[in-house]
Write a protein that binds this ligand. Structure first.
Ligand SMILES: Cc1cc2nc3c(=O)[nH]c(=O)nc-3n(C[C@H](O)[C@H](O)[C@H](O)COP(=O)(O)O)c2cc1C
Length: 415
């Protein structure tokens, strides 16, 4: 049998395009409409996606981006509560939520995810993030973001404690940042342990993933970037006694798909013209960790920047693209605002499938985290146009092979 790719459905309120909330078909209060999420979850499950994926930040997203976009984009359910509701509305699809190691304690987090895992019959996953926004820090009694290295050191110990608890370790943990005496008040997970996802791409982020992750979510614009990341990460695993196949690398992709290429281009342009320049520049500033980008001429090049203490990997991606394509601030802002730094494909189902197939078979991805531009329209388009095309090519399942998220992803059950 041909190897098959893994697919995540990354859900987010009105959609992943920064101007999705301004689209004529937008459902502006989608973020707090459980009916909306149930519909999306059912669409993704009917299309046999491996998992639903939710991002998170304990604070307002992109605070400078303008109040209107904040309210429609960042007001929404806390994701683990949302996934608990979706667990009883679905039967097979995996349920992955982001949660931060900087603003939680391992005992509580291990317990919450193991609980979601039990109530969904072994379908839960935790996307470990270290958080990179000073806005969240201010909500947790801190005046600023802790240094990148410190956040990752805490994350390493945090992950160790959580996996220890999931594996039923009874002995206490007394470490640098955490002290935990008892095991959890829950039995072992139906899938051995919830799935560990990781989304940090700096050197130390990749090491943490190589050591602990089952799935890695990442952002790459070009085939070469995706391939380099893939080879580097898989190459780091042997040092931790792991096989390359023990991690599934799933870059984000934001397709705009239609019956004809012209129609897809039209749909894409319809969204692009809705991005106000100040919103695009504010989002770009947050990726670059620079507060005064607006001072520079918008049609000029990026200024020289100090290295970020926030998202090092996203800053590098933007700088690399600006050098490679000689883009102005306005062009970069529009480019990155569209898919929030992720890969975009605009075209027919066959064209989208060609691109995904090339990265999958070229050894640059084990699957993709699909980030529809707006909901429900673009998830529906992917499910009805692209998924059948991938199935015809033997590149994606026609039905679930097992019951747990580990089964779907083809991951070993931890002993
Ligand atoms: C693809 C991707 C997705 C991420 N998703 C989130 C998220 O949902 N919430 C969050 O707080 N941080 C998120 N992060 C931030 C990371 O956890 C991390 O704090 C940040 O990327 C800095 O680490 P790095 O330099 O290793 O990438 C994400 C990072 C990447 C690369």
């Amino acid at each position: 049998m041909t190897a098959q790719m893994k697919l995540g459905a990354f859900l987010w309120a009105t959609g992943h395009h920064i101007a999705a909330w301004r689209h004529p078909k937008a459902h502006v209060t989608a973020g707090i409409d459980i009916g909306h999420y149930i519909q999306l979850a059912r669409t993704a499950e009917a299309a046999k996606f491996d998992m639903i994926f939710c991002e998170d930040a304990a604070g307002l997203r992109e605070a400078n981006v303008g109040i209107a976009s904040q309210t429609s984009r960042s007001i929404g359910f806390e994701p683990i509560s949302l996934l608990s509701a979706l667990a009883v509305q679905t039967g097979r699809i995996g349920l992955v939520s982001t949660a931060s190691t900087s603003y939680n304690e391992p005992y509580g987090l291990a317990r919450t995810f193991l609980s979601l895992d039990h109530l969904s019959g072994g379908r839960a996953g935790w996307n470990l993030v270290t958080s990179a926004s000073p806005i969240e820090a201010a909500n947790f009694g801190s005046t600023g973001l802790k240094p990148h290295a410190d956040r990752y050191e805490r994350a390493r110990e945090f992950a160790e404690v959580v996996t220890g608890l999931w594996h039923g370790k009874a002995s206490g943990h007394d470490g640098q940042s955490f002290s935990v005496r008892d095991p959890l008040d829950l039995p072992r997970s139906p899938q051995g342990a919830p799935v560990m996802v990781q989304a940090g791409a700096s050197d130390v982020g990749r090491d943490l993933a190589a050591r602990t992750a089952d799935v890695v979510f990442t952002a790459a614009q070009t085939f070469e970037e995706a391939k380099a990341f893939y080879d580097d990460l898989k190459g780091r695993m042997a040092a931790y006694g792991r096989e390359p196949d023990d991690i599934k690398i799933m870059p984000g992709v934001s397709p705009v798909v239609a019956e004809t290429e012209a129609e897809a281009r039209e749909k894409h342009e319809e969204l692009q013209v809705l991005i106000p320049d100040d919103v695009g520049v504010a989002l770009l500033s947050s990726y670059l960790s620079i507060s005064d980008l607006w001072r520079y001429p918008i049609d000029g090049p990026l200024p020289e920047l100090p290295e970020s203490e926030g998202m090092k990997s996203r800053q590098a991606l933007v700088v690399e693209q600006s050098r490679r394509d000689g883009l102005s601030i306005r062009q970069l802002a529009r480019h990155f605002a569209g898919a929030r730094g992720h890969w975009r494909i605009v075209g027919t189902a066959a064209q989208v499938a060609d691109e995904l197939q090339a990265r999958f078979e070229g050894g640059a991805a084990d699957g993709f985290n699909v980030m529809p531009s707006y909901f429900p329209g673009e998830l529906d388009a992917f499910a009805t146009l692209v998924v059948p095309e991938l199935q015809r090519r033997g590149l994606f399942r026609r039905d679930y092979e097992g019951r747990t998220l580990r089964d779907h992803l083809g991951l070993k059950r931890p002993v």
